[in-house]
Ligand binder design. Structure first.
Ligand SMILES: N[C@@H](CCC(=O)N[C@@H](CS)C(=O)NCC(=O)O)C(=O)O
Length: 255
C-alpha cells in the first residue's frame, strides 16, 4: 500500500520460526512495523486461539499481519512475504522474472511438509511440553528433516550460493529460521556434520543484515540439547528478543 499513515501490525512472538522470517524480511528492508504479542495456541486474551484473534485469522496461527489503514489481514508467513514483496517492489528478494520467482515459490511450497518438520521433531518437543508430541511423530519428523537436508545439500545447494540462485531471496529467510535454529550457538539439537553445503549456507546467512536482531531469542535461549529450558528462560528470551526488535524499530522510525 502506498504511503500508509499507520505502520503495519505483525502479530506473533519472536520465538515463532515463521514470525522470525517475516520480521527478518521487514527489518532487512528497513520497513517500520508494530509487533503485537500473540501467544501461539493460547485461548487467553492475547492468544492465537482467542475468538478475537480467530476472527482475524480463522486458522489461529502466527504470523498474521494487519494493515490498520485498510483493515486488510493476511496469514501464512510465505503468503505474507510474497505480499510484502509485491506491494513494495522488493524484486531483489522475490525476483520479477517468472521463472526465477517460480523457483523461489518451489522452495516455499516444499518447505511446509519437509524442512518445517525441524520444529516438530527437534525444537517444539523440548520447548512446548504441553503439546505432548508423541515420540513416533517426533521420530518421523526428524527423518523427514534429514531427508530434506539431503535434498538441499545435494540438489539446491550443489551449485548455488543461496537456495534459489546466486542471490538471497525470501526462500532463504523461510528456510534459515527453521534450519538455523538447530545449530550450535543456538539450540544445538542437530548434527550437521554430513551437510557441508548447508553449513556453508548457514554461515552466509549469519552475515545477512539483521540476522542477529531477529535471532536474539535463540542466542539468549542457548543450548537446549541436554536440558530442556525452564519456562522462565523461554519467557526472558522472548522479552530480550522483543526489546531488540523494538530498539531496531525505533531506530528505523527515527531515520
Ligand atoms: N504455515 C504457517 C505455520 C504457522 C505456525 O505454525 N505458527 C505457530 C507458531 S510457530 C502457531 O501459530 N501455532 C498456534 C496454533 O496452531 O494454535 C505459516 O507459515 O505461517
Amino acid at each position: 500500500m502506498a504511503n500508509p499513515t499507520r505502520p503495519l501490525i505483525l502479530y506473533g512472538v519472536p520465538f515463532s520460526q515463521p514470525v522470525r522470517a517475516v520480521m527478518w524480511l521487514m527489518l532487512y528492508k528497513r520497513m517500520p512495523f508494530e509487533m503485537v504479542l500473540i501467544n501461539p495456541g493460547s485461548r487467553g486474551e492475547t492468544g492465537s486461539r482467542n475468538p478475537a484473534f480467530l476472527a482475524k485469522n480463522p486458522g489461529g496461527t502466527i504470523p498474521t499481519i494487519e494493515e490498520p489503514d485498510t483493515g486488510f489481514v493476511l496469514g501464512e508467513a510465505h503468503a505474507i512475504m510474497g505480499y510484502l514483496c509485491n506491494t513494495h517492489g522488493w524484486d531483489d528478494v522475490y525476483p520479477a522474472d517468472h521463472r526465477a520467482r517460480a523457483k523461489v515459490d518451489w522452495y516455499l511450497h516444499y518447505h511446509h511438509r519437509n524442512v518445517r518438520d525441524a520444529s516438530v521433531g527437534l525444537v517444539a518437543p523440548r520447548i512446548r511440553k504441553d503439546l505432548n508430541i508423541p515420540e513416533a511423530t517426533q521420530e518421523s519428523a526428524r527423518r523427514t528433516l534429514t531427508n530434506a537436508l539431503r535434498v538441499l545439500e545435494e540438489g539446491w545447494f550443489a551449485d548455488s550460493r543461496f537456495l534459489a540462485g546466486p542471490e538471497l531471496t525470501i526462500a532463504d529467510f523461510a528456510a534459515y529460521v527453521e534450519i538455523g535454529q538447530l545449530k550450535p550457538g543456538f539450540t544445538n539439537v542437530y548434527d550437521f556434520e554430513a551437510f557441508p553445503n548447508v553449513r556453508r549456507w548457514m554461515d552466509d546467512m549469519t552475515k545477512v543484515d539483521e540476522h542477529d536482531t531477529v535471532h536474539v531469542v535463540l542466542a539468549e535461549l542457548g543450548d537446549i540439547s541436554v536440558e530442556p529450558p525452564v519456562m522462565e528462560t523461554i519467557r526472558n528470551a522472548n522479552k530480550s528478543a522483543l526489546r531488540a526488535v523494538n530498539a531496531k524499530l525505533e531506530e528505523l522510525t527515527a531515520d
